[in-house]
Design a protein around this ligand. Structure first.
Ligand code: CA
Ligand code: CA
Length: 141
């Protein structure tokens, strides 16, 4: 078990910088902590609450209803560990700046990292939790 190669990719300095900038955009009062109110404001009127809840569910590691810069960066490192590319992260950040919803990066159900990786590669579309199955629809008999 485990990701093949087992070589851990770390966030690059430039990506970290972009993430920090993004964090600062949400952290309106600049106290280095993102509150639920700030997250709601960031997403504005459209599904702000759902986005905020998904965001906190994934990123607020210690569940204290506040996201620190440390938690934020640690989260994105986890995303990388799951097999996403930095370019995908950067693209998604840009999308969110344009008002896109928070994408669910980490799946809740228990699956191995390998399966997760497989799904990430094969379901770039917006398949929701639970509906993704490892079907072999491309095998013709
Ligand atoms: Ca703040
Ligand atoms: Ca926290």
């Amino acid at each position: 078990m485990g990701l093949c190669g087992a070589k851990r990719v770390l966030l690059s300095e430039s990506t970290k910088e972009t993430l920090t900038e993004f964090f600062a955009e949400i952290d309106k009062n600049g106290d280095k902590v993102v509150s639920k109110e700030e997250a709601m404001k960031f997403w504005g009127a459209r599904f702000a609450k759902v986005n905020m809840q998904n965001f906190f569910a994934e990123v607020d590691e210690d569940r204290n209803d506040a996201i620190t810069e440390e938690e934020f960066l640690a989260f994105w490192q986890q995303v990388l560990d799951q097999g996403y590319e930095e370019s995908e992260i950067l693209e998604e950040l840009e999308n969110m700046r344009q008002g896109d919803a928070w994408k669910k990066w980490v799946k809740d159900n228990k699956k191995t990292a390998e399966v997760e990786f497989f799904e990430v590669r094969n379901s770039q579309s917006s398949a929701e939790d639970g509906t993704v199955r490892l079907s072999r629809r491309d095998s013709k008999s």
